[in-house]
Design a protein around this ligand. Structure first.
Ligand SMILES: Cc1cc2nc3c(=O)[nH]c(=O)nc-3n(C[C@H](O)[C@H](O)[C@H](O)COP(=O)(O)OP(=O)(O)OC[C@H]3O[C@@H](n4cnc5c(N)ncnc54)[C@H](O)[C@@H]3O)c2cc1C
Length: 407
C-alpha cells in the first residue's frame, strides 16, 4: 500500500487507540507534503504566491493538527516530530516550511496554554477536525521585532472585546483561518502588560496596508494589514503573554524556525554535492577548486544540526517544568539558538553557492542555489539578531560559565 492510499486510514471501533497507529507515519505524511512543496517551489518563489498545493497536502495528511492532543482529535505530535517536519519541508520549499513552522508555533501555544479553557479547547478540536491554518501577528506599526511591547490595547464591553492593530507583517494572513495575536491588556496597561488572543476568521477583518515584494521567503506572502477584531472576551488566553512567550512561543518558534532554516541549508548542500560530484567525474576524479567550499558547507550544516538537536533535547526535557523553562541558562540558550542557527544557515547556503560557482549563482539550472540563499537571508532579521543579542546581554552576564563539558 503506498503513502497516498494509506494517508486517510482512520481509527475504527474494532481497533481503538491513537489514530497514527493505524495510519502512515509522520515521515510518510511529510514526504507527500514535501513532494508537493518541491513541485511548486520555483513557481511559488517566482510569483511570490502562497504554496497552495503544499499546504493543501498538509491539510489532507492531517499535519496541520498534528500537535493537537489525541483527546481533542489530533495526533499529539511532539516537538521532535514537528521540527523534523519543518526540516523536511525546508529542504523542499522554504516558504512552505516557514508557514508550517509559524503555524505549529501557534498551535503549540494553543495546546500548552489553552487546555482547561472552554473556548481554546473548542478551537483545538476545530484545528484537528478542520485542519485550520493559524497565522501570527506580533509585529506592529514601526515597532519591528519588539515583540514584548504592544501599542494597541484590548477594549472591553461586558463579555465582548475589540482590538484594532496595525499588523505590519502577517505571513499568509490572507489565507489563514485564524490569527494568534498579542495586545496590551487594557487601555491603561503598560506596553509590556500583554495578552495573547486566538481569533478565528468570523471574528476579524483584514484590510491590506502593505504588499510583500521581497528578496526571499516570497511564498510566505507576509503582507501588512489593519487587523480589526470583535468577539467574545474568552478569545484571550487565561495566562499572561509574558509567561506564554517565555515557556512556549519563543522556544517553539526558535526550534521550528531553526529546523526550517536547517532544511534550506541542507538543500543547498545537496545541490553543491551533486555539482562537485559531477565536476569531479568530468575531470577524471580530480576535485574541482570549489571543493573546499563544499566541505565548509557540510561542516556548518553539521554544526547547525548539532545545535538544534541539543536545544531540542533540552526543551523536551523541561517542556512541562515551568521553573526549568524560565531558568536563565535555558532562556539564553534557546534565544541564542535563533541567532546562531540563522547565521549558520546563511553561511551554509553561501558556502554551497561558492562551491557551485556560477552554476550556483544562476537563477536557473539544476545547481542554482540562488533561491536557497535568498530565503536563508531572511533568517537573521526575522526578529533581528542584534535585537535578541541586546535583549539577552544582561541575562547572559548573570549566568555562570559551565564547570564541565556536559551538564
Ligand atoms: C519571512 C518573514 C516572515 C515574517 N512573518 C511575520 C508574521 O507572520 N507575523 C509577524 O508579526 N511578523 C512577521 N515577520 C516580522 C518579524 O517578526 C520582525 O518583526 C521583523 O523581521 C523585524 O523587522 P525590522 O527589521 O524592520 O525591525 P527591527 O527589529 O526594528 O530592526 C530594524 C533594524 O534595527 C536593528 N536593531 C533592532 N534592535 C536593535 C538593538 N537592540 N540593537 C542593535 N540593533 C537593533 C536591527 O538589527 C535592524 O537592523 C516576518 C519577517 C520575515 C522576514
Amino acid at each position: 500500500m503506498n503513502v497516498q492510499e494509506t494517508a486517510f486510514r482512520v481509527a475504527d471501533d474494532r481497533n481503538p487507540g491513537p489514530l497514527l497507529e493505524r495510519g502512515p507515519s509522520f515521515q510518510d505524511r511529510t514526504a507527500v507534503v514535501a513532494a508537493a512543496a518541491a513541485a511548486e517551489a520555483d513557481e511559488v518563489d517566482l510569483n511570490a504566491r502562497f504554496p497552495k498545493a503544499a499546504i493543501e497536502a498538509a491539510r489532507e495528511r492531517k499535519l496541520l493538527g498534528a500537535q493537537i492532543p489525541v483527546a481533542f482529535g489530533g495526533f499529539g505530535a511532539s516537538i521532535h516530530d514537528v521540527t523534523e517536519m519543518c526540516y523536511a519541508l525546508g529542504r523542499a520549499c522554504a516558504s512552505t516550511a516557514m508557514i508550517f513552522a509559524m503555524h505549529q508555533t501557534k498551535v503549540a501555544c494553543l495546546v500548552r496554554h489553552g487546555t482547561g479553557s472552554r473556548y481554546h479547547e473548542a478551537l483545538m478540536r476545530r484545528v484537528a477536525a478542520e485542519q485550520m491554518l493559524l497565522a501570527s501577528s506580533t509585529t506592529e506599526g514601526q515597532n519591528g521585532g519588539n515583540i514584548r511591547s504592544s501599542a494597541a490595547a484590548v477594549e472591553r464591553s461586558d463579555a465582548e472585546i475589540s482590538l484594532v492593530r496595525s499588523a505590519t507583517v502577517i505571513s499568509y494572513g490572507a489565507e489563514a483561518d485564524g490569527i494568534i495575536t498579542i495586545a496590551r491588556r487594557a487601555g491603561d496597561a503598560a506596553s509590556s502588560d500583554q495578552v495573547l488572543l486566538a481569533v478565528t476568521k468570523d471574528n476579524y477583518t483584514l484590510e491590506r496596508i502593505q504588499g510583500w515584494e521581497t528578496l526571499g521567503m516570497r511564498g510566505t506572502c507576509s503582507a501588512g494589514f489593519e487587523l480589526k477584531i470583535d468577539g467574545p472576551a474568552e478569545m484571550i488566553f487565561p495566562e499572561a503573554y509574558e509567561r506564554i512567550h517565555t515557556q512556549t512561543m519563543m522556544p517553539v518558534a526558535h526550534l521550528c524556525w531553526s529546523s526550517a532554516w536547517a532544511g534550506i541549508a541542507a538543500a543547498a548542500v545537496e545541490r553543491a554535492q551533486r555539482f562537485i560530484r559531477k565536476a569531479a567525474r568530468g575531470a577524471g576524479g580530480q576535485m574541482p577548486p570549489g571543493a573546499a567550499h563544499f566541505t565548509a558547507a557540510k561542516m556548518s550544516l553539521a554544526r547547525l544540526r548539532a545545535m538544534i538537536g541539543a536545544n531540542l533535547d533540552s526543551y523536551a526535557a523541561r517542556e512541562y517544568d515551568d521553573r526549568a523553562l524560565s531558568a536563565l541558562d535555558f532562556q539564553s540558550s534557546i534565544n541564542l539558538l535563533k541567532v546562531e542557527a540563522s547565521e549558520l544557515a546563511v553561511e551554509t547556503a553561501m558556502s554551497a553557492m561558492r562551491a557551485c560557482g556560477l552554476s550556483g549563482y544562476r537563477n536557473d539550472g539544476e545547481f542554482s542555489v540562488s533561491r536557497h540563499l535568498r530565503d536563508a537571508l531572511s533568517a537573521p532579521l526575522m526578529i533581528n539578531n542584534e535585537r535578541i543579542l541586546a535583549n539577552i546581554a544582561t541575562a547572559t552576564l548573570m549566568s555562570g560559565v559551565p564547570n564541565s563539558l556536559r551538564d
